[in-house]
Design a protein around this ligand. Structure first.
Ligand SMILES: NC(=O)c1ccc[n+]([C@@H]2O[C@H](COP(=O)([O-])OP(=O)(O)OC[C@H]3O[C@@H](n4cnc5c(N)ncnc54)[C@H](OP(=O)(O)O)[C@@H]3O)[C@@H](O)[C@H]2O)c1
Length: 275
């Protein structure tokens, strides 16, 4: 049996099925990442997952049977409650079960204190996971086997791209760049849409232009072999319209400096909040 076969024949347990948890679950179901999905969610099954096949729903971990042997348990609850949730899952803290946390700011050491020694991956996803276009960065502890890393990659692949870091401290910078990053891009869209209206365009068209331009340019930057700097230069003719705008955005490195300050502030806040 290959790793993929074993994963596909196994059970995944999801603790917390809110915005991020349900995005993960939808991706796993679509990719058939396991044969059975067990979900613990106090609110019960969301209406849009009413027809989800292969799922069992529980309102509390006390309702789970002793016979359950999940290949992986994924925590997608809010940071404020994770400490209360973890002890309920101690009974699965054996080498056969992989634990994955997407809880922002909860460190491997902090989770281990409440869960006991376990194979554990701490991750930082982002909200485009809801449309299968997220990017998740993962950090494994020393108990995670090569096969469990592979299982984790499969689970994350269901909602987008993924990457690993070996140094957990880097997750603060990751949080500041890709975890919080969608908000910076939404702000750019808002600013571009407002500027469109200020330049005389109807609001609907302004928003459409802003969204499609950010999405299209982002996709071009992602797929092109050329660097973002080269792509920018490709559309900037001397004395042209783009140059006129960039002369303002790039004067004294204004935008770059602002973004660096913003990311540094987010990373510092991430370090402050870590527990
Ligand atoms: N959204 C993001 O951009 C993002 C990015 C990276 C990481 N994350 C992380 O993802 C995690 C989930 O965030 P979210 O935005 O998906 O939050 P959310 O929508 O509030 O989802 C959390 C869910 O967990 C449920 N829950 C509460 N107690 C539980 C328990 N004991 N067992 C199982 N489920 C329980 C909540 O139900 P109730 O409503 O009844 O409390 C809620 O449905 C957070 O830790 C966050 O740090 C989020």
């Amino acid at each position: 049996m290959t790793g993929e076969d074993r994963a596909a024949a196994s059970t995944l347990l999801l603790a917390g099925c809110g915005k991020m948890g349900s995005a993960l679950l939808r991706g796993w179901i679509a990719k058939q990442a396991a044969s059975r999905f067990v979900v613990v969610e106090p609110q019960g099954r969301p209406a849009d997952l009413a027809d989800a096949v292969g799922t069992s729903w529980y309102r509390s971990p006390q309702e789970l049977t002793q016979a359950l042997t999940p290949a992986a348990i994924v925590f997608a609850v809010k940071p404020q409650i994770i400490d209360d949730v973890l002890p309920d899952y101690r009974r699965w803290a054996t080498p056969r079960t992989l634990f994955v946390s997407i809880v922002a700011g909860k460190t491997i050491a902090g989770i281990t204190r409440r869960l006991g020694a376990a194979s554990l991956v701490r991750t930082m996803p982002n909200t485009p996971a809801a449309i299968g276009r997220g990017i998740t960065v993962a950090c494994a502890n020393e108990r995670v086997t090569a096969e469990q890393r592979h299982l984790c990659e499969q689970l994350l692949a269901a909602v987008g791209e993924s990457a690993w870091v070996e140094d957990e401290a880097l997750l603060d910078a990751v949080t500041a760049v890709s975890g919080s990053g969608p908000a910076y891009v939404f702000l750019l869209i808002e600013a571009l849409a407002q500027a469109a209206v200020a330049s005389g365009l109807p609001p609907d068209l302004g928003l459409q232009l802003a969204c499609s331009t950010v999405a299209g340019a982002g996709e071009l930057a992602r797929l092109s072999p050329e660097s973002p700097a080269q792509l920018r230069e490709n559309v900037t003719s001397p004395g042209g319209t783009t140059r006129a705008a960039l002369d303002i955005l790039m004067a004294n490195d204004a935008l770059v400096t602002l973004i660096k300050r913003a990311v540094a502030a987010a990373a510092a806040r991430s370090r402050d909040l870590a527990s």
